[in-house]
Design a protein around this ligand. Sequence first.
Ligand SMILES: Nc1ncnc2c1ncn2[C@@H]1O[C@H](COP(=O)(O)OP(=O)(O)OP(=O)(O)O)[C@@H](O)[C@H]1O
Ligand SMILES: [Mg+2]
Length: 371
Amino acid sequence: MPNPFHASFGVSPPLLVGRDAGIADFMEALDDGPGSSGRATLYTGARGSGKTVMLNAIEDRAKERGWLVISETASPGFITRITRQHLPRLLRSFDPDAVRQKLTGITGPLNIGAVTWESVESHVVEAGLRNQVELLTDLLAEHETGLLITLDEIHQNQISELRDIATTVQHAFREGRELAFVGAGLTKTISGVVNDDVLTFLRRAERHTLGPVTPAEVKRALREPIETSGRTIGSDALQVMTEGTSGYPFLIQLVGAQTWRLHPRETEITVEDAEEGVTRALRRLGALVHEPALADASDIDKSFLLAMAKDDRPSKMSDIQERLKVNVNYASQYRLRLIAAELIQPVRRGYVDFALPYLREYLREHVAADI
Ligand SMILES: Nc1ncnc2c1ncn2[C@@H]1O[C@H](COP(=O)(O)OP(=O)(O)OP(=O)(O)O)[C@@H](O)[C@H]1O
Ligand SMILES: [Mg+2]
């Protein structure tokens, strides 16, 4: 029986759990019309928290409502891809004559004999981002629908292109156009980008952090695909798998995939399967998540993390300070750095904990030897 789980970044899960409220919020913003704050939304969260698949889910729902969607990644040249490929492609679904008429209002009269899409296209491309968005939203308004632009992996390196898109979206909002913008990125990157002066509209965007999902939701995310794919699982085995995920979305798929593949031809997934599946999933987690997450950490960052890894539970800041033999200011500076890097999180006054599941165990096993 084919494995329903896929532990791959950006691949939508067989069942997306714990995100219904977030999706409903966004759909409400589409219904509420221009001016609704949710029409500019940013999803942040750690690696593997489900940002990309959340964008996928929202795109699907918007399409179901008849919205047009441009889905891009904020890698260099994304503005050019939007103005030369996506927008002309979407405009092509309209009558060239209608496009030409609107285009005339934007770029001045066009002397084209026989109106074909090819003859209009070069003028469309010339119109640039803002004008093309105006053109398209004008045409869409006649059909009472709109345009959704999503941008994944938002990064500081692309700040000048981000400014371009921000300016266009800001103008469109001011003019009451049917446009929505949804971005996603790691929390630390989004905070950096949002503080850029020109990107005020991003600062006002609704920010949602995609955190862990509840045990009940994890159970549903595991059980339903297992049963739909023709196998069964008892509550004890399900409990073992669920605990193994720590509610971390990437681990739901990794534990699911590793457990399933042990005996794909047996009907029942046993407790032993579940235990072995969790063990194998955690072995892989280091290379897939912890190693990349630690790639930018300095030696001092790592010493701080190792000082935390001595504890089996959230660490007391004063203990870390003592272990590192540093003063309060120094320790709190590194605390902030590591929070911004999404490696740790404040839990209660004076305490910090790891932000990624099993990072503590990974550090104890792999990083201690490096420093
Ligand atoms: N809510 C969810 N329910 C079940 N599985 C999920 C959920 N969210 C994400 N996943 C699964 O977790 C994995 C990681 O998701 P995704 O690629 O969207 O993460 P990401 O936050 O975009 O990571 P990165 O920061 O590396 O881009 C995928 O295999 C996806 O199917
Ligand atoms: Mg992603």
